[in-house]
Design a protein around this ligand. Structure first.
Ligand SMILES: NC(=O)c1ccc[n+]([C@@H]2O[C@H](COP(=O)([O-])OP(=O)(O)OC[C@H]3O[C@@H](n4cnc5c(N)ncnc54)[C@H](OP(=O)(O)O)[C@@H]3O)[C@@H](O)[C@H]2O)c1
Length: 142
């Protein structure tokens, strides 16, 4: 798939890999880049449309989906990575809420638009999803 002229949505777009993906999509000629962030975002490129979207917040996800007219590529990038040893149930639940159910909820919300465009879903997951590390088991599970 080429990115030129396409509409791309990146979650967790304000920093780290997500921010780099926004830059990359713009550099490859994306027509529109939707930048999903928890805090309001200002971006100098007019092709960037900020979407306030905590991936654990159903109302925000629905509101964001309502602002997107068409979408070709959904990049599920938002995620957390915390150290744990599975003794803390809250850490596991937090990872599942963001990395697993957050990705699931965003995907479900934007699926009709992606189906219409015959688009693509990209899930940015770690190698640790395949080969778990004892330092971050909840991250690997989620
Ligand atoms: N770094 C690596 O080596 C690596 C390798 C493979 C895969 N990954 C995956 O790549 C993704 C990005 O990693 P990164 O290194 O760029 O991480 P990062 O710098 O910690 O950035 C994480 C991004 O996710 C956002 N986020 C966290 N919780 C969120 C929520 N509930 N709703 C919406 N956004 C949320 C953060 O927003 P805030 O600024 O608001 O917190 C931030 O924009 C993650 O899913 C990670 O698992 C990372």
């Amino acid at each position: 798939m080429t990115i030129a002229g396409k509409a791309v949505l990146v979650t967790g777009a304000n920093r780290g890999i997500g921010r780099a993906l926004v830059v990359e999509a713009l550099g490859r000629g994306a027509g529109r880049v939707y930048a999903g962030t928890r805090q309001p975002l200002a971006h100098p490129d007019r092709r960037v449309t900020p979407l306030t979207m905590d991936v654990t917040n159903t109302a925000q996800i629905q509101a964001a989906a309502g602002q997107v007219e068409s979408l070709d590529v959904l990049i599920n990038n938002a995620g957390i990575w915390l150290f744990d040893d599975l003794s803390d149930r809250a850490a596991l639940e937090r990872h599942l809420a963001v990395n697993f159910f957050g990705t699931y909820a965003v995907t479900q919300a934007f699926l009709p638009l992606l189906t219409r465009s015959q688009g693509t879903i990209v899930n940015n997951v770690s190698l640790m999803a395949l080969a778990a590390l004892p330092l971050t088991p909840a991250y690997s599970i989620a």
